[in-house]
Design a protein around this ligand. Structure first.
Ligand code: NAP
Length: 294
């Protein structure tokens, strides 16, 4: 049993709900492997409560925090500064609390996703035609991340009822990165199929595939053969969409666990200034995910 001391530093996850989070296990294992007297606790913060929570972190001398749904955008007004990536994306998933109490916001989600693609299949979006499915928080980070990495084009596809969200996200990315050709579409638009047919990377960033019986986000037949496909979902580790792309279209397929791992590793570096033991973090995730995949 881990003993806390008077010197134990505390890092928190702020979200609602947080019970499902794997970050306490992953970060706890990393702190222990690094010999750091640090703990990571998941704190449920109701919608509307993030300002009080952030003031509490500062007052209580926390070392840092992660931020998850529904607070990634709402937390921004309570921070003292944002790094350039978080500023562009307009969302924060990591907070560094400096010695003088200044709170700096970062977004490590995009770095996590693209580091997973690089490590697992050697893919980088530079010069590539990228299709993002979904226009929520993960899609936003991954769309900006693709443009930051000089993707040639970016097509953001969302279900029809929320087409405006895909257009709004495409407009935001296009404003910051005019050299990347961006478009927002509903996935039943005629042009959507052509965009998918020309893709070199498809990023699946909706929750589809988490529940048994979920429909596929797009038909597998639309997916070009042999391209890179990334699915942000990590429970299950490999969704039906990802497996369909891999088995029927011979795609190089990467699931969401690597993104979770690498966004966590990047956050660890921000808080501690040290490199975490990635194998230890991955082992903690794998052990926690095993029952979900059984
Ligand atoms: P979110 O902000 O709620 O956005 C979800 C997106 O998916 C929205 O564009 C939404 O469209 C769309 N969507 C939801 N239900 C749908 C359905 N039944 N059919 C079609 N589209 C649907 O969620 P998020 O934070 O982006 O998370 C999305 C997924 O990424 C989740 O599975 C999450 O676990 C995963 N994720 C993974 C990581 C990682 O580290 N691996 C990190 C973040 C998120 P509407 O706007 O029309 O609702």
């Amino acid at each position: 049993m881990r003993r806390l001391t008077g010197r134990t530093r505390v890092v928190a996850l702020l979200g609602w709900p947080v019970e499902h989070s794997l970050s306490p296990l992953m970060q706890g294992a990393a702190f222990e492997a690094a010999g750091l007297d640090w703990v990571y606790v998941a704190l449920g913060v109701r919608p509307g409560g993030v300002g009080d929570a952030v003031r509490g972190l500062r007052a209580l001398g926390f070392a840092g925090a992660n931020v998850t749904i529904p607070h990634k955008q709402a937390v921004i007004p309570y921070l003292d500064a944002l790094d350039a990536g978080a500023q562009q994306i307009g969302a924060v998933n990591t907070i560094q609390i400096e010695g003088d109490g200044r709170l700096i916001g970062y977004n490590t989600d995009a770095d996590g996703g693209y580091e997973a693609l690089l490590q697992e299949i050697g893919f980088t979006p530079a010069g590539a035609r990228v299709v993002v499915l979904g226009a929520g928080g993960a899609a936003r980070a991954l769309a900006f991340g693709a443009a930051m990495r000089q993707a040639r084009s970016l097509s953001i596809l969302n279900r029809a009822i929320e087409k405006d969200q895909a257009i709004a996200l495409a407009t935001d990315v296009g404003r910051s990165f005019p050299e990347t050709e961006t478009v927002g579409l509903a996935w039943e638009d005629e042009e959507a199929r052509a965009r998918v047919a020309a893709a070199e990377l498809i990023v699946q960033a909706t929750p589809l595939g988490m529940k048994p019986g979920d429909p596929l986000p797009i038909p597998i037949e639309w997916v070009p053969s042999g391209i890179a496909v990334f699915d942000a979902v990590y429970t299950p580790e490999r969704t039906a969409f990802l497996e369909g792309c891999r088995l029927q279209r011979h795609c190089r397929a990467v699931g969401g666990v690597g993104m979770l791992l690498h966004q966590g590793a990047a956050a660890f570096r921000i808080w501690t200034g040290r490199d975490p033991d990635l194998a230890v973090m991955a082992g903690a995730l794998r052990a926690a995910l095993q029952p979900a995949n059984a």
